[in-house]
Design a binder for this molecule. Structure first.
Ligand SMILES: Nc1ncnc2c1ncn2[C@@H]1O[C@H](COP(=O)(O)OP(=O)(O)O)[C@@H](O)[C@H]1O
Ligand SMILES: [Mg+2]
Length: 360
C-alpha cells in the first residue's frame, strides 16, 4: 500500500508520516506549498511541476489559508484514493459559521450562536442577549480570534473595532467552565486521546497556545459520542474536537481538521500519531479489499449518511427519525437497500425501542 501525506510539514505532520511508514510500504511526504492544480478540460495535479503517481491513501491537511487547494486536491482524488478528510471538511472545519451549521444539522449540541447579515443586525443581537458573551472570528486559530464581553458596553466597543477592521465575526453564548475546555482527538469512530485544558489566570481561552495547560481527561461515553458525531458532521475521520462542559452537558465549539499533536501527546502520553497511522492503514486496506464502492454505499455517501456495513448484505444507518404527523418516514435509501415494493406483503414487528420490517 502506498500513501502520501500532504501538509505544511509541521512537527505533527512529521510524526504522523514517521508513524505511517511503519504501516505502509511507502509514504511520500509532500509539501502543500509545492502542489499545483490546473482545472480546464483536463484536471491535473502537479507536484514541483510533475504529475503525481497514484496512491492508495492520501492524508491531505493544512491551515485555513489552504482550504481552496485542499478542497481541490481531495475532490479530484476522492474517487481514486482513500482520504480521511472529505472535500467538504476543509470549508466546514476552517470556518466557524459553517461548523456551527453542520453541527446543528447533525443535532450535535453547541452554544447558541448568532450569525447576522449586517452590523446593525449584530447590534440588535447585542441588545437582546444575556451577558457575558463571546465574539469570535470564523477563522480564528489557537484562541487568537476569541473575544470576551461582559456587558453591552464592552460588546459594543468590540463591535466598533471589528467594524473598522471589516472583519466578519460571530456572536456566541458564553459558557462558564472556569476557563477550561476539552480537546478530544477523534480517529474514525473513536476518541483516541482527550485532555482538559485550563486557561491561565485572568484568561477565558483555554488554548495551549494562549498559555493554557493540559491534563489527561477521561470522557464519558456520551461526550465521546458527541465528539465522534461532531467529526462526522464536519466530514473528518481525523480531527480535534473542542468541547465546553456546561451544566447543560457537553457543547461543541470547534472541529479542528489539522489538530496539533505535540500538546495532546505530551499531556496524555498516548502516541496519537501512531493511532492515526494504524487507522489510516486499516481503512486503506479495507477499501482496497472491498474494491470499488458498491452503488448503495455511494448513495449513502452522497446523502451524507454514515454507515457501518455489518455484512455485505446488511447495511446499518445511524440517523435521527423523521416524524410526519406521528408517522415514521424512512429515507429513500432504505427503499433502495431493501428493494421493498408497494405491493409486497410485509411483517412488522414492533416493541419498545425496536422495529423490524420483513418481507412475508
Ligand atoms: N462560547 C464560549 N464560551 C466560553 N469559552 C469559549 C467559548 N468559545 C470559545 N471559548 C474559549 O476560547 C477558546 C478558543 O475558542 P475556539 O472556538 O476553540 O477557537 P480557536 O481555538 O480556533 O481560537 C476555547 O478553547 C475556550 O477556552
Ligand atoms: Mg479551539
Amino acid at each position: 500500500m502506498k500513501a502520501a501525506l500532504i501538509s505544511l510539514g509541521s512537527v505533527s505532520s512529521q510524526w504522523t508520516a514517521d508513524a505511517m511508514k511503519k504501516h505502509f510500504e511507502s509514504v511520500d511526504t509532500l509539501n502543500l506549498n509545492r502542489i499545483e492544480v490546473s482545472i480546464g478540460k483536463e484536471i491535473e495535479i502537479l507536484y514541483v511541476g510533475k504529475p503525481l503517481p497514484s496512491y492508495d491513501c492520501i492524508y491531505a491537511k493544512g491551515s485555513f489559508r489552504y482550504a481552496a487547494i485542499l478542497t481541490a486536491i481531495t475532490s479530484i482524488w476522492y474517487k481514486n484514493a482513500y482520504m480521511p478528510l472529505k472535500p467538504r471538511s476543509f470549508d466546514i472545519g476552517h470556518d466557524k459559521f459553517l461548523t456551527q451549521i453542520a453541527l446543528n444539522q447533525r443535532k450535535v449540541p453547541m452554544p447558541t450562536t448568532y450569525i447576522f447579515p449586517s452590523l446593525e443586525a449584530a447590534r440588535k443581537i447585542l441588545e437582546k442577549v444575556n451577558y457575558p458573551i463571546i465574539m469570535k472570528f470564523p477563522q480564528g486559530t489557537q484562541g487568537r480570534g476569541v473575544m470576551f464581553a461582559d456587558s453591552y458596553a464592552s460588546a459594543s466597543s468590540i463591535l466598533d473595532a471589528l467594524a473598522s477592521l471589516k472583519q466578519p465575526f460571530l456572536i456566541q453564548e458564553y459558557i462558564d467552565t472556569q476557563g477550561t475546555d476539552i480537546r478530544a482527538i477523534v480517529v474514525g469512530e473513536r476518541v483516541v486521546a482527550a485532555m482538559k485544558r485550563t486557561a491561565v489566570k485572568g484568561e477565558e481561552r483555554a488554548n495551549i497556545h494562549a498559555g493554557g495547560s493540559g491534563k489527561p481527561a477521561q470522557l464519558d461515553t456520551y461526550t465521546k459520542n458527541i465528539a465522534v458525531e461532531a467529526a462526522k458532521a464536519a466530514g473528518a475521520e481525523i480531527c480535534g474536537v473542542d468541547i465546553l462542559e456546561s451544566n447543560k452537558g457537553p457543547l461543541v465549539i470547534e472541529v479542528n481538521i489539522s489538530p496539533g499533536l505535540q500538546g495532546i501527546t505530551a499531556t496524555t502520553k498516548i502516541d496519537v500519531a501512531s493511532e492515526i497511522a494504524k487507522y489510516l492503514a486499516a481503512r486503506t486496506s479495507d477499501i482496497k479489499e472491498s474494491g470499488r464502492k458498491s452503488g448503495t454505499s455511494r448513495i449513502l455517501d452522497d446523502l451524507g449518511i454514515e454507515k457501518t456495513a455489518t455484512s455485505q448484505a446488511e447495511k446499518q444507518i445511524i440517523m435521527n427519525l423523521d416524524f410526519r404527523a406521528e408517522r415514521i418516514l424512512l429515507p429513500k435509501v432504505v427503499t433502495g437497500i431493501t428493494r421493498f415494493a408497494e405491493k409486497d406483503d410485509i411483517i412488522i414487528r414492533a416493541e419498545k425501542g425496536k422495529l423490524t420490517v420483513e418481507k412475508a
